[in-house]
Design a protein around this ligand. Structure first.
Ligand code: HAM
Length: 442
């Protein structure tokens, strides 16, 4: 048997329905925030990620899926979305548009050759968004509050937002010097990768998975102590706006983010549910004011965030959030002879075009097996088409919940279904105390 590659998953059945529901909610929220959907290629030229994400980041040095295409070009499956979106922003000259800032969002698979475990995959899905063209601290606060709102709207409560600032180029430079001073005397205690990082990008030492628990890591200098006045003021503004927006957060100096492109605000959202597991960062992002220029575009500030969709779904499951999944059909149509089958073909099509979820039999089942199938599909109503009745333009329809049967005119099926499905849903809501519609219907 051929099996799926390690670190990937098949999405189907109820789980697929849950994903689709969450995606739809996300689409609605993003529309309210005036973000436009963008899709970029699954593979891009390898150079984009080397230049965009950074030569010293783990996802580029160790985790990319690289290949040479038949034309001899070096290609990489995207490990994240920001670099591709920025490439598209530049290539399509979106900076020339009047409607600044440009707000783009995506929901797509990414590829990282990581060691798979619960919540960590090689094919992972990210829902992410990028606000390009504003350096205003208000944009930082909005991007953070949008993340929190998405989680909240979906029903996730047990989350924590950690923010930090890496500051501007000057602040980052003095921080870099402080890190070198701190780590250099202990260079032999660090892993070989970190030895190299000390020269190339000492910030990356802080997210080393091998040396993570060493004492020298815990006593490392903190970015926040190396911010110059301007960066400090900027960070204060971001916090002020967050407070105005009612976003709860904690300043966590250990948030430095594993990608090279960040400056100023960086942030992560963690799940705080008992037993959730080690992969509890369900989303992360930050400001990247230099990337667009570095990739050949005009100097343009930007900030963004990406939700780990797989981890988000796990968190919703752990927090037992009820995700409405439609597991029923409105009507099941049964028939016995060929003429009735033809009529079923016509009526199924007609009713679907009028917005109903309709199923019929495609396996030449007996009536008894057909009723069973209608039950399995949780069908709200069943009609057994009958040639004689159809001659009189009539059908017998059964309400599968009340077991009541009624003979109605074919011309009124749509009205009948409309009214009765609405009434049943209304009653269900009443039972769950979700509305006072029962009173209205009595
Ligand atoms: P990232 O931190 O590399 O940032 O990934 C964002 C989120 O994707 C993580 O917080 C995590 O929830 C999820 N994630 C990462 N790797 C895996 C994995 N192997 N399996 C499952 N989930 C994973 C970025 O990708 C940036 N592009 C975010 C950003 C957007 N920054 C600015 N704009």
């Amino acid at each position: 048997m051929i099996t799926k590659p390690k670190g990937t998953k098949d999405l189907y059945g109820t789980e697929a329905k849950r994903w689709q529901y969450v995606s739809r909610v996300i689409d609605e929220v993003m529309e309210k925030y005036n973000y436009n959907f963008i899709r970029v290629p699954v593979f891009e030229s390898s150079e984009l990620f080397h230049r965009g994400v950074g030569e010293t980041t783990d996802i580029v040095t160790k985790e990319t899926y690289d290949f040479t295409d038949r034309g001899g070009r070096n290609m990489t499956l995207r490990p994240e979305g920001t670099a591709g979106v920025v490439r598209s922003y530049i290539e399509n000259k979106m900076y020339g548009n009047d409607d600044k800032p440009t707000k783009l969002y995506y929901n797509m698979p990414m590829y990282r050759y990581e060691r798979p475990q619960a919540g960590r995959y090689r094919e992972l899905t990210q829902f992410g968004y990028e606000l390009i063209g504003s350096d205003d601290p208000l944009a930082d606060a909005e991007v953070i509050s949008l993340a929190v709102n998405v989680y909240k709207i979906l029903g996730l409560r047990q989350i924590k937002v950690n923010i930090n600032s890496l500051g501007d180029a000057e602040s980052r430079n003095s921080y870099r010097k402080a890190l070198i001073k701190h780590f250099e005397p202990h260079i032999n205690e660090l892993c070989d990768d970190c030895k190299e990082r000390l020269e190339k990008n000492p910030l990356r030492i802080l997210d080393c998975k091998v040396d993570a628990d060493k004492e020298i890591m815990k006593t490392a200098p903190k970015t926040i102590d190396y911010l110059n006045d301007e960066s400090k003021k900027r960070f204060e503004k971001v916090k002020e706006y967050l407070e105005v927006m009612g976003v709860e957060y904690e300043v966590d100096p250990s948030v430095v983010r594993g990608l090279d492109y960040y400056n100023h605000t960086v942030f992560e959202v963690e799940v705080k549910i008992d037993g959730f597991g080690a992969q509890n960062v369900i989303g992360a992002g930050g400001r990247y004011n230099n990337m667009i220029e570095e990739l050949g575009g005009p100097s343009t500030p930007a900030i963004g965030f990406a939700v780990g969709f797989d981890r988000l779904m796990l968190a919703l499951e752990y927090e037992k959030v009820n995700i409405p999944v439609n597991t029923s059909v409105d009507l099941f149509l049964l028939y016995v002879n060929d003429d009735e089958k033809k009529y079923a073909a016509y009526l199924t099509n007609e009713l679907r075009m009028n917005g109903f979820v309709v199923e019929t039999d495609y396996l030449s089942r007996s009536l008894k097996a057909g009723f069973k199938q209608a039950d399995r599909l949780n069908s709200k109503f069943t009609i057994v088409l009958n040639s004689e009745m159809l001659e009189n333009n009539e059908v017998k329809i059964k309400n599968n919940k009340t077991k009541e049967e009624e003979i109605i005119s074919v011309d009124t099926i749509i009205y009948y279904l409309d009214e009765n499905i609405a009434f049943d849903e209304c009653e269900d809501n009443c039972e769950n105390n979700e509305c006072n519609c029962k009173e209205n219907n009595n």
